[in-house]
Design a protein around this ligand. Structure first.
Ligand SMILES: [Zn+2]
Length: 139
């Protein structure tokens, strides 16, 4: 097994395991490697920024900070998608039904406009914004 740092054409960095360098090349050529953030198949091996301590140029630490944040976001997204039920535009209705005891309590996520979200909070229904756009499912 070999781990590669990968990057898609949207500049998302992520890591993935492959059986071998050869297997990676084949999957890449077949367009079977997808970005875990946006689903793009335009994925290539990330060029590793070498850390050379003798370099006179100061390397800004922003890069590693932003990828750590991206990683945290990715983890959160994974957690939400795994543990919550996506209800899309029915979010407001679902949240209200659940609050009023019409449907069993469960974790849901979906879409609501700021007005709708505010109304839910005003009515004492706990909602929190997600730091990412929900993946739309086609059903
Ligand atoms: Zn991407």
């Amino acid at each position: 097994m070999i781990q590669y740092s990968l990057k898609c054409n949207q500049d998302h960095a992520f890591e993935s395991w492959f059986k071998s360098a050869d297997a990676f090349e084949k999957l890449q050529a077949a367009g079977m490697i997808t970005c875990s953030l946006c689903g793009s198949t335009q994925v290539e091996k990330a060029i590793m920024a070498p850390r050379v301590s003798t370099s006179k140029k100061k390397t800004p630490s922003l890069k590693s900070d932003s990828s750590a944040a991206e990683q945290a976001l990715k983890e959160l997204r994974k957690h939400v998608e795994k543990n919550s039920h996506y209800v899309g535009r029915d979010f407001v209705k679902e949240a209200r039904d659940m609050h009023e005891g019409n449907t069993p309590e469960r974790s849901i996520y979906g879409e609501a406009n700021p007005m709708e979200a505010k109304k839910l909070i005003d009515d004492g229904i706990p909602v929190a914004p997600l730091p990412f756009a929900p993946k739309r499912r086609s059903n």
